[in-house]
Design a protein around this ligand. Structure first.
Ligand SMILES: *Cc1c(COP(=O)(O)O)cnc(C)c1O
Length: 492
């Protein structure tokens, strides 16, 4: 008997593909609100009004002929084709121009945009971290910057993005929005707690629409301030406050593209299957892989790799999803995966449960709020296999060992997050199925741990050698909601 998990597409409810010519791209919430919204209606939004996340009403199906045609496309053209299936309220020529402006060799360093680095036959890294901030979040955020500028101009509106960051997300957002018309960014970070390189990346931006606010507290203080400002609905409306967090559907959609791009580079024919291992935190990256697989991309397995913060690995092994408290959330050497709950995970659970919004709500709103956990039935847990997910976890010692072994064996330096992926990928590889490990950051961003492992300083991309010496544009503020509000009012 064939291994079902290799061949079957899951029995999800809503996959039928209407004729592309009359396609309507519509979005619904994961918590039961069936109001159908268009792409540009949800582009600037976070959560759906009922607290759920947006997903398309159905996943467009990619048949063999279309897959064959896409194989020869440039990254920007491929992005245009995929985005077109999910966006019906931006004219095609505008959308094409947006993708052409976003995915350029000038911004991402190579004509392939996400090139493969083969380690050995059947095992390669897919480089997602050659954008301006050296981490994979640029892949989506750069597109979001273009889409926001386009849509705000079309509406004649402005938006003030307010966020909190401890590193990757904030810098990716600032580099995507810098100089964009109609958008200001106010990014809070814990004063003195980011690495000198991360501080330099953000604070060296001199663009008038980018505002760095260093808060005299910890990351949680920054996040609490953002929440307090956003919960003041009058203020939020008056000053047009928005966010760019990882639950934004457009960010997830942008990430679907590189699964196709990786597949085409790793295979010669569309009869082949490959697997992906994804260093995971909030489940945004690997959720895009899930969407690609639901569209029909021949993916054998999606391997979820976590660090010591193993909420997701525990779920896939046991069917129990248990949110961690702050005392149980570890600060690790792969910090961008240090999560207590995985904010995009609800999207997969919605598909897994046959798109039963009431049941998703019972899990994510009711059970998580009252008990901090939910548990799948044995039948529901067994139903995960056809979706191709596997999982594993990695520790600080594993990261060091993987960074050393990868350097010795292949002469390649990987960053700490990619090392978590590589460690788990080695455990899950199967003969005859190429494995791509998503490289989510460059080692230069996490130099201290690389030095601990290798006694070697990872090279920096050209132009960033002396970034710490550049003039800094940052305002230090106390842990005080009113101080942040006043700053905002004075600078919009
Ligand atoms: C954000 C991030 C991750 C985790 O991605 P999710 O989409 O949250 O799962 C992994 N590695 C790096 C370097 C990141 O910046």
């Amino acid at each position: 008997m064939m291994d079902r998990s290799h061949t079957a597409q899951p029995p999800a409810g809503a996959q039928s593909s209407p004729d592309a010519a009359q396609r309507k791209a519509r979005y619904i919430s994961t918590r039961g609100d069936k109001t159908e919204r268009r792409f540009c209606e949800i582009l600037l939004e976070g959560l759906a009004p009922d607290g759920g996340l947006y997903l398309p009403v159905s996943y467009p199906q990619i048949d063999a002929a279309k897959l064959a045609r896409w194989r020869g496309l440039s990254y920007a053209e491929l992005a245009f084709e995929i985005l077109s299936l999910y966006i019906d309220d931006i004219p095609a020529e505008d959308l094409r121009a947006i993708t052409q402006r976003t995915y350029t060799e000038a911004v991402f360093g190579t004509p392939e945009i996400t090139p493969l680095k083969t380690l050995e036959p059947g095992l390669a890294l897919q480089a997602l971290s050659n954008g301006p901030t050296l981490a994979f979040k640029d892949m989506a955020m750069q597109l979001l910057g273009q889409l926001f500028e386009y849509e705000l101009a079309r509406r004649g509106e402005t938006l003030n993005i307010l966020g909190a960051t401890s590193g990757d997300t904030g810098s990716a957002a600032e580099y995507a929005m810098r100089g964009k018309a109609g958008v200001n960014v106010f990014m809070l970070s814990p004063h003195g707690r980011m690495s000198p390189f991360q501080q330099a990346q953000m604070f060296s931006l001199q663009d008038a629409n980018i505002h760095n606010l260093a808060i005299e507290g910890v990351f949680d203080d920054c996040q609490d301030i953002v929440k307090a400002v956003s919960n003041d609905l009058d203020f939020k409306r008056k000053y047009k406050i928005g966010t760019v967090n990882s639950i934004n559907w457009a960010r997830l959609l942008a990430q679907v593209v590189y699964y196709f791009a990786g597949y085409f580079q790793a295979t010669r024919s569309n009869d082949e299957k490959i697997s992906f291992t994804v260093p995971s935190g909030n489940f945004g990256n690997v959720c895009a892989g899930h969407v690609a697989r639901m569209m029909g991309l021949p993916i054998a397995h999606l391997v979820v790799a976590t660090n010591e913060n193993d909420v997701l690995d525990e779920f896939f092994r046991t069917g129990v999803y248990r949110v961690r408290g702050s005392a149980e959330t570890h600060e690790t050497s792969s910090p961008s995966m240090d999560i207590s709950k995985a904010s995009n995970f609800e999207r997969f659970v919605f598909d897994l449960l046959g798109r039963d919004g009431a049941r998703v709500k019972a899990f994510f709103a009711d059970a998580l709020n009252s008990q901090g956990r939910f548990e799948l039935s044995p039948a529901e847990h067994a139903a995960i296999a056809p979706y191709g997910f596997q999982s594993g976890r990695s520790s600080h010692a594993d990261r060091l060992a993987t960074i050393r072994a990868t350097y010795q064996r292949y002469g390649v330096i990987v960053d700490t997050h990619t090392a978590d992926g590589l460690k788990v990928a080695q455990e899950k590889r199967e003969p005859g199925v190429p494995m791509l490990v998503l490289e989510t950051a460059l080692p230069a961003k996490f130099a201290a741990t690389i030095e601990e492992a290798l006694q070697v300083t990872p090279p920096r991309p050209a132009g960033l050698e002396n970034i710490e010496a550049l003039p800094k544009r940052v305002t230090v503020l106390p842990v005080d909601v009113e101080a942040v509000k006043s700053f905002l009012v004075a600078h919009v």
